[in-house]
Design a protein around this ligand. Structure first.
Ligand SMILES: [Zn+2]
Length: 117
């Protein structure tokens, strides 16, 4: 439950209570029900705006969930290139690595910048 839905529900409950008190006030004098009716209608308008916000939040979350799901389906899992890659989680590559030499990280500055010329 989103906070917007919780606020909308609270506003509707308060509006119902105010409507009941307005109905009780009308039994004594018709103007006693007016403040309750006005307050309940304002609370219902506020509840409707919170409901709209809740709908937008849930639609956005659904879009993000579907986008993440499609990324998982479209992107293939990485293929292990060497035994070190498997054990280090992809951070370290071993001497039996099948990646091209430029893709591997080296410890020397000359190799990193490719400034052999
Ligand atoms: Zn590797």
């Amino acid at each position: 439950m989103t906070p917007a839905r919780r606020c909308a529900r609270a506003c509707r409950i308060m509006a119902a209570g105010l409507s009941l008190s307005a109905a009780y006030g009308v039994t004594h004098y018709w103007l006693y029900g007016l403040p309750g009716v006005v307050s309940a209608s304002v609370l219902l308008a506020v509840a409707q705006s919170y409901s709209d916000e809740d709908r937008r939040i849930r639609a956005r979350h659904e879009q993000l969930r579907r986008a993440a799901l499609s990324d998982e389906q479209l992107l293939p899992p990485p293929v292990p290139c060497c035994s070190f890659w498997r054990t280090s989680g992809g951070e370290v590559h071993g001497p039996d690595c099948t990646r091209p030499p430029n893709a591997c990280t080296s410890l020397t500055a000359d190799h990193d910048h490719g400034t052999a010329a």
